[in-house]
Design a protein around this ligand. Sequence first.
Ligand code: CMP
Length: 142
Amino acid sequence: AVERTLSILKPDAVGKNAIGQIIARIESAGLQVVAARMTHLTQGEAEGFYAVHSERPFFGDLVKFMISGPVMVMVLEGENAVATYRDVMGATDPKKATAGTIRADFADSIDENAAHGSDSLDNAKNEIAYFFRATEICPRTR
Ligand code: CMP
């Protein structure tokens, strides 16, 4: 089924000037960018977005990293978009990511891992709503 998922290109990827290369991979995988903007997250926004991880030991470092520079938030649409984008990103830990994936090629560590993608369709709906109003999402047809 056609799905939508939320992508964040993290401060490390943006800092490497790799936005275009990463979007090229997303598009090559058959996904369409239907919403996008640059933003520099506040601490409150980053904490809210990652609230599910608030009890994890890495939460503080994760928030600090996510507010260390600008990010690009995007909504991706396509067949099986949640799983397709996770395949394009590769494993959370770039050391475990398959060659040719975004994280294998652009990420330096599990903490600075270039990209975020929703891990389920339910979470995708919540994460998209966290960053985008319905009117900001621009599918090719409606
Ligand atoms: P992301 O998909 O953005 O979701 C939470 C982030 O926490 C994850 O990518 C990693 O960058 C970071 N993180 C750091 N340590 C871990 C860990 N042990 N397990 C999962 N995520 C981690």
